[in-house]
Design a protein around this ligand. Structure first.
Ligand SMILES: CCCCCCCCC/C=C/C(=O)SCCNC(=O)CCNC(=O)[C@H](O)C(C)(C)COP(=O)(O)OP(=O)(O)OC[C@H]1O[C@@H](n2cnc3c(N)ncnc32)[C@H](O)[C@@H]1OP(=O)(O)O
Length: 289
């Protein structure tokens, strides 16, 4: 709850607690883990995740992300956002495993509430969201990309994307699943979710997880040109259409947010699930050694 208060403070104090600078006419504001710059076509912001080493979505990172998005939504001059990463080779490693391991139920509940909030805000944003996927994008990283209206991915076979939760011994929640189904269809989602498939860029393009794959050095310029195309559509008709397409999926979580928090908390608190997460974290460590 202290975090909610901090969030309100940050949002309203905005430029006092975050930094706001003017650089060559471009505006920027930054929290510690999210940098937002307005540059390029008028009305477009570039939002860069910078939570090294892997842009995991820790509670602090989620909060800063949500606040930054809220600020942009409230800025009527901003019509589109390009979402990308400042961490080399990583778009986002997804939800922070250390927020879901070895903590208490109150912490899990608070964390999940913030995950829900970011998702709802991203998925139902009135702004045009284009992701410039410049690195690995497993699980929650893929979720961020799926929330966007268009996904451009760097053509580097080392970068993979997908909802790989089942590989961790956990289960993607129904709203992750719904968005996957909306994006790639039921059959592909059913298979990819069970297998926890992490797609290479070429596979992701084939199956429809991403919309375009381009050479790595062109990801940003392509995202900008896609944005220009989308900006040519009148906002009101595009927004109403987006809302029509996404409302049912968002509503199904909105209707049962509390129950979803309870489900998450009791699931993640189970000894067997904690054991799975422990093993997965160990595997990540061993990979290094
Ligand atoms: C009923 C309802 C049910 C609900 C049930 C529950 C639903 C939960 C839904 C979950 C959604 C998720 O997103 S779960 C998260 C899924 N994410 C993943 O599987 C990604 C795991 N990470 C990776 O594959 C890799 O790290 C990858 C991102 C490709 C980067 O590889 P690199 O070689 O560059 O870097 P690494 O050496 O592996 O990692 C650097 C350090 O970052 C840490 N790290 C990596 N990913 C991390 C992460 N997600 N969270 C925390 N820490 C992470 C590593 O442990 C290392 O820590 P040190 O050793 O200390 O330096």
């Amino acid at each position: 709850m202290a975090l909610a208060a901090a969030r309100r403070l940050l949002l309203h104090a905005g430029s006092r607690l975050g930094r706001r600078e003017a650089v060559d006419g471009a505006r920027r504001f930054a929290n510690k883990r999210v940098l937002v710059e307005t540059e390029g076509p008028a009305g477009v912001a570039v939002m860069k995740l910078r939570n090294p080493p892997v842009n995991s979505l820790s509670l602090e990172c989620l909060t800063e992300f949500t606040i930054s998005l809220e600020k942009l939504e409230n800025d009527k001059s901003i019509r589109g956002v390009i979402l990308t990463s400042e961490c080399p080779g990583i778009f986002s490693a997804g939800l922070d495993l250390l927020e879901m391991y070895g903590r208490n139920p109150a912490h899990y509940a608070e964390y999940w509430k913030n995950v829900q909030e970011l998702w709802l805000r991203l998925y139902t944003s009135n702004m045009i969201l284009v992701s410039a996927i410049n690195g690995a994008s497993p699980a929650g990283g893929c979720l961020l990309a799926l929330c966007c209206d268009y996904r451009v991915m760097a053509d580097n076979p080392k970068y993979t994307i997908g909802l790989n939760e089942s590989l961790l011994g956990i289960v993607a929640p129904f709203w992750f699943k719904d968005m996957y189904v909306n994006t790639i269809g039921h059959r592909e989602a059913e298979r990819a979710l069970q297998l926890g498939t992490l797609f290479s860029p070429a596979e992701a393009l084939k199956v429809g997880v991403v919309d375009e794959v381009v050479p790595e050095d062109q990801v940003h310029s392509k995202a900008r040109s896609v944005m220009t195309k989308w900006l040519a559509i009148p906002d009101h008709s595009r927004q109403l259409t987006k809302n029509m397409m996404r409302k049912a999926t968002a509503d199904s979580l909105i209707k049962q947010r509390e129950a979803d928090i309870q489900n998450f908390t009791s699931f993640i608190s189970k000894d067997s699930i904690q054991k799975s997460l422990h093993m997965y974290l160990e595997k990540l460590k061993q990979k290094k050694g």
